[in-house]
Write a protein that binds this ligand. Structure first.
Ligand code: FMN
Length: 466
């Protein structure tokens, strides 16, 4: 059987993920693996017809397509995303239809599931049968347990393809949206009260998104800077070289880092305006996210208010809302406004309301508590930076240390001592006997003090007893 490996790592042969594929190749010598270095060669694949045809021929000759990619900023690398866009732009679905597909990734398990969901959705859009996915930690292959797991995965996907195992399509096709947003009048621009607003977009002038961007600009009456991603100096996607890890210095000298320092960092409110293409926003946006990795694992948007403006069927793309919502670490997501409503007046109202609340929250310094993806993600990154990544990601380590982000339990000595004695106490059967019937009361008894002593409550209730 012939396996076409579509390598998503911009590092080409030096990809960690590709070492896992190499393991499969050695484990199953009866099968032929042909690798195309998609991300590394994306510029030529896009521009040069021969290179494009070469990749198409490898896909055509294959029985099984293996998407092999690192996880970059909660998704596939921008170059790989561009390749997937090209597949649809150039109508290449027929090359894939009816074949089996599988995905393999390496990462530190930070939103790795999003990559596999995406690649499965894309494979199904291309008419393929999904054979399975494998998400490895970067160095898992050093362990025999992982080698056995990987070998079993190889066996499973090869036999799925060989025996044409029946599969169920999981992701329904994404419907095309044909309606167009027609901007009306807004109720009046909101005074930014000295807060800096930055609108970043990938819109063309007369697209729905272009119109939403202009409407959003008009919704503020103070300082607003609007930038198209084509004009912020990005000359290419992240190369994964990780040279930035020591001092947060990107090896590119194309102006992106200075754009970040001059525009993104000082902004209080950022509007991210993007177009949904296939099952994610555009490769251009992905390039922006990947290039921001020069800041390593440091939360990039702390204290900022964020609005997302999206053109496209967000509600029809499973998992996209969740992925984008957790993208802007440290920020407060005010609203996601899309052009999905048929009533353009509603879109106008949503834009106006989002602008108003963004200013209100920025002035008050408001943010909502994070939910599971952000909470869990922060812990994954904290442990990774403190652990294996620390010798290389020096800048992250310094930041995490100085900002108290290493909030492991072992530093909370008073709490640990009190927990120890409390645990001893609750291990006594007579204590348990008394506690059990009153569990519900115990769990809320601490709040009584909040109601009687909270300064916030006193301020809000005009200092009257609450
Ligand atoms: C720009 C960049 C972004 C990354 N983003 C993530 C991420 O969001 N989640 C994660 O688990 N790992 C992330 N990583 C770690 C890579 O997934 C990991 O190092 C992977 O093994 C690299 O594989 P490769 O050598 O095949 O490119 C990122 C690495 C880079 C360079």
């Amino acid at each position: 059987m012939q396996v076409c490996v579509l390598n998503g790592s911009p590092k080409g042969e030096k990809s960690i993920t590709l070492q896992y594929v190499r393991f499969l190749e050695l484990a199953y010598p009866a099968h032929t693996f042909v690798t195309c270095h998609i991300s590394k060669k994306i510029a030529v694949i896009e521009k040069n017809r021969e290179e494009w045809d070469f990749v198409c021929n490898v896909i055509r000759d294959a029985d099984l397509v293996l998407w092999a990619t690192p996880v970059y900023v909660q998704h596939v690398p921008s170059q790989y995303k561009r390749f997937i866009e090209l597949l649809f732009e150039r109508d290449a679905g027929a090359l894939f239809a009816g074949k089996y597909a599988a995905s393999i990734s390496t990462s530190v398990h930070f939103f790795d599931q999003k990559v596999h969901e995406y690649l499965q959705g894309i494979s199904e859009d291309l008419g393929m049968n999904w054979a399975g996915s494998f998400s490895a930690g970067m160095n898992d292959l050093m362990e025999e347990k992982s080698q056995l797991q990987l070998a079993a995965f190889g066996d499973d996907i090869l036999s799925a393809s060989c025996k044409r195992r029946p599969v169920l399509q999981v992701y329904p096709p994404v419907p095309r949206m044909t309606r167009s947003y027609v901007p009306g009048s807004l109720t009046g621009p909101v005074d930014t009260e000295g807060k800096r607003v930055l609108i970043l977009h990938d819109a063309s002038e007369d697209s729905s998104l272009g119109k939403m961007v202009r409407q959003m600009e008009g919704a503020f009456s103070g300082e607003v800077t609007t930038c198209n991603l084509d004009k912020i100096g990005m000359k290419g996607g992240c190369l994964g070289c990780v040279q930035c890890a020591f001092e947060n210095q990107c090896m590119y000298t194309d102006g992106f880092s200075s754009f970040w320092k001059e525009q993104v960092e000082p902004a209080d409110i950022i509007v991210f305006a993007g177009t949904i293409r296939d099952r994610y926003i555009s490769a251009r946006w992905k390039e922006f996210f990947d290039r921001s990795f020069f800041l390593g694992h440091i939360p990039r948007y702390t204290g900022k208010q964020v609005i997302l403006l999206l053109e496209g069927p967000l509600a029809q793309v499973p998992g996209l809302r969740e992925n984008l919502s957790s993208q802007f670490s440290g920020s407060n997501l005010v609203e996601i406004v899309t052009d999905e409503p048929e009533d353009s007046g509603l879109i106008d109202a949503l834009i106006g309301s989002a602008a108003e609340r963004a200013v209100q929250y920025a002035v008050a310094g408001v943010s909502r508590p994070p939910m599971f993806p952000s909470v869990a993600g922060r812990i994954v990154l904290r442990d990774a930076v403190w652990g294996d990544l620390r010798p290389i990601f020096r800048a992250d380590h310094r930041y995490f240390k100085s900002h108290g982000l290493y909030d492991f339990p072992q530093y909370q000595y008073r709490k640990r001592i009190s927990r120890f004695f409390f645990s001893l106490f609750t291990s006594l059967p007579p204590v348990q006997k008394r506690m059990k019937p009153a569990m519900k009361d115990h769990m809320i008894q601490g709040f009584a003090r909040v109601f009687s002593e909270s300064r916030v409550l006193k301020r809000l209730s005009g200092n009257k007893a609450v």
